[in-house]
Design a protein around this ligand. Structure first.
Ligand code: FES
Length: 509
């Protein structure tokens, strides 16, 4: 027998014959005090912090997985398991915290923790540094994918239990200034894409059961209260998507667990029996929760509004661009930072002097970021990165044209770790191709490296199965969501996949 216990969000424990594994425990607010676990799991903190753990696995560096405040309180003799990322970020983090036994595992590398208890790490092998863990206890296979997007061709199969994200964890589109109707359309699109990706993961892994997890979080700071709206954001709760899942995956059992609930696993019978605690809950009274954590979300607002100077902004972007010189190449972009009452126009890609101009509005920027002074102060000081600042939902965004710019976002999100932007460069140059439906096309998606062997091809279009970018099958021109084209060569002019589907107004009435 083995026990899998849910800690809330993406946290689990697995115990088998006395060996105890702790996975992604998250308790304290993340991303500039904005995200909190939902439902509240703080009642589990003492037993997690003071418990005896043989192994700890932390999937990636996002603060809702790598909870430094909690980790700093754990016994340093625990053996830490992390994925071997190019940036080595996880190893560096844990060493800095004083953990000496840190094992970094490659993609698909396994480790036997004890007889009959093996783990295997699955990486997102693109520039994104994220991982999932396959836990095998006497043949019962529990795959915790949290919010990791391992390429579909790389996923394990014959999975008994899948835990994976179904709700969003991203600032797009809700931080953009779209008018209400367009926002609603974009939110619906993202929610649909998230579920479609989940269905594919569930089917490809052969999952027999699915456990909704890894979100949504909640936002207790009243400034961010709008993001708790489960209808108008990309952060739905399970009940809103449950019917769709059942329809798409009718043979997969859904197991609902609240923080503290557990599964008694019988590996021989391949069964997992749910054990709910009498007081466990699947939702939360946000008003009461907000009061309980008042001191924690108020911390962000403490002290006078900080100031940031033009010289600091210029110095920051100058360094960022220097670190990513090869990645940027001849790229250029005009952005505007609006912080408090100050505007700065930043001309990215021009390392000449004075590429930051204050307040004159001499040109229309391609991208405008409303950044509260506290957030910009934290970024300039290196206390947080743009990725975390964006995830905090404390920024407002506008882009013109409304097209995703991979280089700009790559610079902001990964520019502090040039190992990641260099990988983006390699991905751009990757020449591996596949042949499908009379086409030869690049194998990996130019967005985030999904394996296009699993793309939907037909009706004159190629659609990536992960975030659903769409390209013209004949030309490779990106026709939806972004502006990055796909390398495509037509091998068979008569291929049926080239025939465009008729649009509604072309159909005979
Ligand atoms: S990986 Fe994002 S659209 Fe393909």
């Amino acid at each position: 027998m083995a026990e899998i216990r849910y800690l809330g969000h993406a946290g689990f424990t697995v115990e088998h014959n006395g060996t105890r594994l702790l996975m992604d425990p998250w308790f304290f607010p993340a991303f500039l005090g904005s995200w909190f676990p939902y439902p509240d799991n703080r009642h589990l903190l003492p037993e997690v912090r003071d418990g005896h753990w043989d192994y700890l696995y932390v999937s990636h560096a996002h603060e809702d997985h790598y909870d430094e405040k909690l980790l700093a309180g754990l016994d340093r003799s625990i053996t830490v398991l992390v994925a071997k990322y190019r940036s080595k970020i996880m190893v560096k983090h844990f060493r800095a915290l004083g953990f000496e036994n840190v094992i970094a595992l490659e993609h698909k590398e396994s480790l036997e923790l004890a007889p009959g208890f093996t783990v295997t790490v699955y990486l997102d092998t693109s520039h994104k540094e994220d991982s999932g863990l396959l836990v095998d206890v006497d043949g019962y296979r529990f795959l915790d994918l949290n919010d990791c997007n391992t390429a579909m061709s790389e996923l394990p199969t014959d999975v008994d239990l899948l835990a994976a994200q179904f709700s969003g964890a991203m600032w797009y589109p809700n931080c953009y200034d779209y008018p209400p109707a367009l926002m609603a359309e974009k939110v619906a699109g993202v929610r649909g894409d998230l579920m479609d990706t989940l269905y594919r993961k569930a089917k490809l892994t052969g999952a027999r059961a699915y456990l909704p997890s890894a979100g949504p979080a909640c936002f207790l700071d009243p400034d961010l209260a709008e993001y708790n709206d489960r209808d108008s954001t990309i952060f739905p709760v399970w009940d809103q998507v449950a019917d769709g899942f059942t329809e798409a995956c009718p043979d997969i059992e859904v197991l609902r667990l609240g923080p503290g609930d557990s599964l008694d696993v019988d590996p021989a019978a391949k069964t997992a029996v749910t054990r709910r605690l009498p007081d466990s809950t699947l939702d939360e009274d946000l008003g009461a929760y907000r009061e309980r954590r008042r001191a924690e979300w108020e911390e962000f607002h403490e002290g006078p509004e900080p100031e940031v100077t033009m010289g600091e902004v210029e110095g920051y972007f100058s360094t960022l661009q220097r670190w990513n010189k090869r990645f940027l190449g001849d790229y250029s972009k005009d952005i505007r930072l609006i912080t408090g009452t100050t505007n700065w126009d930043v001309r990215l890609g021009r390392l000449a002097e004075h590429f930051v101009i204050e307040g004159e509005e001499p040109y229309d920027p391609d991208y405008t970021l409303l950044v509260p002074p506290r957030v910009l102060r934290a970024i300039v000081d290196g206390r947080t990165g743009w990725e975390e600042a964006l995830l905090s939902m404390r920024l407002g965004l506008h882009r013109e044209p409304d097209v995703f710019d991979l280089t700009f976002m790559g610079l902001l999100r990964y520019g502090n770790h040039p190992a990641q932007t260099m990988q983006m460069l390699r991905e751009r140059q990757n020449t591996e191709t596949i042949e499908r439906g009379g086409l030869r096309l690049q194998r990996f998606c130019p967005h985030a490296g999904e394996d296009l062997s699993f793309a939907d091809i037909g009706g004159g279009r190629i659609e990536c199965p992960r975030h659903h970018w769409i390209w013209d099958a004949r030309t490779g021109k990106c026709v939806d969501k972004a502006s990055i084209d796909l390398r495509v060569e037509v091998l068979d002019e008569n291929s049926p996949v080239l025939v465009a589907e008729k649009t509604q107004d072309q159909l005979p009435s």
